[in-house]
Design a protein around this ligand. Structure first.
Ligand code: CMC
Length: 416
């Protein structure tokens, strides 16, 4: 199948590629060479930057699959560590592969002792995401980046990110670091490093453990989102794995991307402090002259519903009931959702709660502090970033380098 473009009196034939789920992409890679024109797509909303066999999303139908498995099945039946393996190596692990993988991760949980000095240099007010990004980048000063080290570096990163994250939290509250415990499972070890103090171990209930495990699964990949595209972009230059993933962490930190989970809670708290008048905020979100947006609403790809938000909402109800907790922010969130979903503005634009809308309420219920929400997103997204980095390199990894339309001054004389 080909497409034909009529431009400036000439006809150009453009090859058409069809994906395994019948998605259609018109290949314009030779267009500039043949016609002199580029395509213009600010924000890349209609640009396929690569082919990929990792994650499939159908935004109209609300479908999300990792390596062909429905997110609903993975959330109900897998553990995060299995999903990490699935994304990075392409298939669910058999029992031997799983125990070998878990063992390899356990062998690399410690940080080099010298890295603790880097934490000392950060101010107590440092944002955990900024610390995470800096610490991940600094790993490239400790480990070499030869081709033979690639697999080991992947394991190191998967194993160490939770230690880096928990140390960032401990630093932010002025407590001593708690070292990883290799007898604990992945998520339990993270919670131990977050919440144990030298005199008191951290008891983790099954409810908390399972809820966090599932949230990490739901965050594990989302095809060419902003941070993953950043990882592919930076990685395409040949930068090492740690620097590349550090750039993904930085991209994730913004409030329109991963930082939205913190922004949602801040928004709900502001609404609560303002008398819980949620209608006022819905109206502000609709006002073109007001920069306020309903955080946790809207998505570039999902225009009917975000399947992750359905699973998170269910988890939210389940966790609050099982832990016998109440959260006044939940009522505000539900009311906001209800009003917005009935409102023509949100219906016409396909704006629905995304994964960040209820995730913060679950994190709060299981005792995780707001400042760590985006870090948790990063912890979940790491296997996705690594899978895309590997795929990009295996595909030959052409340098990512978009074009532009220049709209500035024409040549002018230099003033003397
Ligand atoms: N509240 C109010 N209006 C909105 C919102 C919102 N949250 N999101 C989009 N709109 C409006 C926007 O003003 C525009 O209106 P109009 O057509 O009249 O100009 C229309 O909807 C389309 O918006 P857009 O900005 O072109 O959509 P986008 O695909 O570029 O942006 C988004 C997607 C997620 C950045 C945006 O919906 C948003 O800012 N949401 C709030 C932040 C958020 O929750 N981010 C987390 C995304 S999910 C997790 C992740 O993958 O990172």
């Amino acid at each position: 199948m080909d497409a034909t473009l009529l431009f400036d009196g000439h006809e150009f034939t453009l090859p058409v590629h069809v994906g395994t789920e019948h998605e259609v992409g018109i290949d314009i890679s030779a267009l500039r060479r043949e016609s002199g024109a580029i395509t213009l797509d600010p924000g890349y909303g209609n640009t396929g930057s690569c082919t990929s066999s990792i994650t499939f999303i159908d935004g109209e139908q609300g479908i999300l699959r990792y390596r062909g498995y429905a997110i609903e099945d993975l959330a109900a039946r897998s553990t995060f560590i299995e999903v990490m393996y699935l994304l990075v190596y392409g298939a669910l692990p058999d029992p031997y592969q799983l125990s070998d993988f878990a063992e390899r991760l356990r062998m690399h949980t410690l940080l080099h002792e010298d890295m603790k000095k880097l934490y000392e240099g950060f101010p107590p007010s440092a944002q955990p995401m900024a610390v995470l990004s800096a610490m991940v980048a600094s790993l490239s000063t400790y480990y070499s980046d030869t081709e033979e080290d690639t697999e080991l570096n992947i394991i190191r990163l998967l194993a160490k990110l939770k230690t880096i994250a928990a140390f960032a939290f401990k630093k932010s509250i002025g407590q001593p670091f708690v070292y990883p415990r290799n007898d604990l499972e992945f998520v339990a070890d993270f919670l131990h490093m977050m919440f144990a103090v030298p005199s008191e171990p951290c008891e983790v209930s099954d409810v908390v453990h399972r809820a966090l495990d599932m949230l990490l699964i739901l965050h594990a990949d989302h095809e060419q989102n902003c941070s993953t595209s950043t990882v592919r972009m930076v990685g395409s230059s040949g930068a090492d794995l740690y620097s590349t993933i550090s750039s993904g962490v930085s991209a994730l930190s913004g409030p329109l991307h991963g930082g939205a989970n913190m922004a949602v809670i801040e928004m709900l708290e502001a609404i609560r402090a303002d008398g819980a008048n949620y209608r006022k905020y819905v109206n502000r979100a609709k006002d073109r002259n007001d920069p306020f947006r309903l955080m946790g609403f809207g998505h570039r790809v999902y225009k009917n519903f975000d399947p992750r938000s359905i699973l998170i909402k269910e988890a939210c109800d389940r966790v609050l009931t099982q832990l016998n907790r109440q959260d006044p922010l939940l009522d505000i969130a539900r009311n906001l959702e209800r009003v917005a979903l009935e409102d023509e503005y949100f219906i016409a634009r396909g704006l629905y709660p995304n994964l960040d809308f209820y995730s913060g309420i679950v994190y709060r219920a299981i005792g995780l502090p707001t400042s760590m929400f985006t870090v948790l997103f990063a912890l979940g997204r790491l296997p996705g970033w690594i899978a895309h980095w590997k795929e990009m390199r295996a595909s030959g990894g052409r340098l990512h380098r978009p074009r532009q339309l220049y709209t500035g001054e024409n040549l002018r004389s230099y003033p003397h």
